[in-house]
Write a protein that binds this ligand. Structure first.
Ligand code: ADP
Ligand code: MG
Length: 595
């Protein structure tokens, strides 16, 4: 019988490293956070080979004495919180005391550090979790950490790393984020001996953005600032009409911590609904400041995600503030502004509440050119079919859109495919598969549009070998597919590996669907420059795959299918344009039966 054991620290650290240190950029993140927590005003980051060979982070922060330096490598050793309640008022990036021991357990880890009170610095060397030495060293006050041969001792982990170029992109992104979060510190980033950026201390975020992203970007941005009880939002947002093809440049911070927040990105996307063409994403560097007790940062091992206690309030605040700012800029730009041409369609819309205080003349003028906020059309909202031609009798009439319930009574299923319904008007034969395809198609389009395409990792990556032409086509569309739930990496000449597929897909279909996709690429599909078009095509292809028809056909299931179908924008056809059902009216039946 096996007995329970406490894991040796080294093993525990390596396990923790698996969660916290997923890639070289995560090391950089942890070390830079520590430097900032230590009050550094100068931080230098250098790395080689995408960070796997060498990462150095050096700061002029408080540094540590010898005892602390040794203690910092113990699991759960932290100087930042003392009790659980401290988690509710976190003012530092770190708090778990996991990073240093985790990193030291999977790399060659060298720390040199000196605190202001000490004459000599301390050098500690740990290799793959094994202590090597501690000794005095000379160095200025502050800390220098060198992490080399990352994951050498954990080959399984190393295999998951992507190309140097990809890992390096992650590191650069990460350092930019912290440089943005803390403009008052000087940052230098060096890759393979070449400076990516050097930014002196800055007084504003705008200056910092110009330093690290370039003047051109900074000129396309608007400075914004808004406050409300307990909430503050400031930063830079793209001028109306300035958008991006991906959501990667919506950069958000909560209490100066870079985070991915659905709440914030959705709010941004919605705010720009009328200020950007379809399929474009806002460009934004937004900082939300909020009472630390109203936000939980302890929901993700790498603390990348946050959860707000009051999502609704935050979302409304962000939308209102961003809209206000956009509206203001539109007014200043006059009628030639990008927004002026947009039709204002205030039907049943939620107008942003007026600002406090009496509107000045400028503000009352701007109400006209700026379109009133209108929530994006949801596919769930049944809309009358857009196609010309006489809509069938049961098409939801505009007035009764809320409950377009069709009085269809399920009679039975023929050939596993055709569902027969008795209706007030006669009979209906529904092609079950076509109906499912329509429902899936619109569901996927909706997901694609919101950018929320979940991906599932394959247990066993699927290798695919292609010819030169298909390789070129695939490479061309790789980013697009990756943005839609596929994880495909190049693995040598004409050789790829599918490592993840979209959530909706049966993993067993991975290879055959990829082959379908490649076939489609060869036919010129999915190559449209217009992102929306390409997405439609992808959704159309995917909808045929996504359908998994349930075996059972209870009347409830059939009812549900019909309800979902009629919640679609276009219930009459499948994504390929074939009818989803055929109607036989009483009159038609009477005629056929020569009654
Ligand atoms: P955490 O940041 O969660 O406290 P870490 O493992 O990242 O845990 O660091 C452990 C401790 O080591 C920190 O609490 C801090 O006291 C000390 N430390 C780490 N890096 C630095 C640094 N660059 N300068 C000064 N002290 C540091
Ligand atoms: Mg830390």
């Amino acid at each position: 019988m096996s007995s329970i054991r406490i894991l040796p620290d080294r093993v525990a650290n390596q396990i923790a490293a698996g969660e916290v240190i997923e890639r070289p950029a995560a090391v950089v993140k942890e070390l830079v956070e520590n430097s900032l927590d230590a009050g550094a005003t100068r931080i230098e980051v250098e790395f080689r080979n995408g960070g796997r060979a060498y990462i150095r982070v050096e700061d002029n922060g408080t540094g540590m004495g010898r005892d602390d330096a040794l203690l910092s490598l113990e699991r759960h050793a932290t100087s930042k919180i003392a009790e659980a309640a401290d988690l509710d008022r976190l003012a530092t990036f770190g708090f778990r005391g996991e990073a240093l021991p985790s990193i030291a357990s999977v790399a060659r880890f060298e720390m040199q550090t000196r605190s202001a009170g000490d004459d000599a610095g301390t050098e500690v060397l740990v290799n793959g979790g094994k202590f090597v030495h501690v000794r005095d060293c000379g160095r200025p006050v502050g800390t220098r950490l060198v992490v080399a041969n990352l994951f050498n001792s954990v080959p399984a982990r190393r295999k998951f790393l992507k190309s140097d170029a990809t890992e390096s992109a992650h590191i650069i992104h990460c350092v930019r984020l912290y440089a943005l979060a803390c403009p008052q510190a000087a940052f230098t980033l060096i890759e393979d001996g070449r400076a990516i950026f050097r930014s002196p201390e800055c007084t504003t975020t705008a200056e910092r953005v110009a330093e690290i992203f370039g003047r051109q970007i900074s000129e396309s941005l608007l400075v914004m600032e808004a406050a409300e009880a307990g909430l503050r939002l400031d930063g830079l947002i793209g001028r109306p009409g300035v958008g991006r093809a991906t959501r990667h440049e919506m950069i958000t911070f909560v209490n100066r911590r870079p985070v991915d927040s659905r709440t914030l990105s959705y709010a941004l996307i919605e705010s720009y609904h009328d200020a950007l063409p379809k399929g474009r994403y806002p460009l934004a560097f937004l900082f939300l400041d909020i009472d630390p007790a109203a936000v939980d940062v302890n929901v993700h091992p790498a603390k990348r995600e946050v959860r707000f206690r009051n999502e609704v309030q935050i979302r409304a605040f962000v939308i209102r503030s961003v809209l206000d700012r956009l509206r203001e800029s539109a007014a200043l730009a006059g009628p030639e502004s990008a927004l002026a041409g947009n039709p204002a369609a205030p039907t049943g819309s939620i107008a942003p509440p007026a600002r406090e205080g009496a509107p000045g003349p400028a503000e009352s003028r701007l109400a006209a050119p700026f379109p009133v906020y209108r929530p994006p059309v949801r596919f769930e909202q049944p809309v009358a079919p857009a196609s010309p031609g006489a809509p069938p009798s049961f098409a939801p009439a505009p007035g009764e859109q809320k409950k377009p319930r069709i009085n269809w009574r399920f009679v039975g299923l023929a050939h596993g495919v055709y569902a027969l319904f008795e209706t007030d008007a006669g009979l209906v034969l529904l092609d079950r598969r076509a109906a499912h395809e329509r429902v899936w198609y619109e569901r996927l389009r909706r997901q694609f549009l919101s950018g929320q395409v979940g991906s599932q990792r394959l247990l066993l990556p699927v290798p695919v070998e292609l010819d030169a032409i298909t390789t070129a086509l695939l490479l061309d569309r790789l980013a697009f597919l990756q943005g839609h739930g596929f994880e495909i990496s190049e693995f040598g000449r004409n050789f790829f590996r599918v490592e993840g597929v979209p959530e909706w897909m049966d993993p067993a279909d991975a290879e055959s669907f990829l082959r379908d996709l490649l076939g489609a690429l060869r036919e010129g599909l999915l190559m449209a420059k217009d992102l929306d078009l390409a997405r439609d095509e992808l959704a159309r292809l995917a909808s045929t795959r996504a359908v998994r028809m349930p075996d059972g056909t209870s009347p409830e299931e059939m009812d549900a299918l019909v309800t979902q179908l009629f919640a679609c924008q276009q219930p009459l056809t499948n994504p390929g344009g074939r009818p989803t059902f055929i109607e036989l009216s009483h009159g038609e039946l009477a005629r056929r039966f020569q009654k």
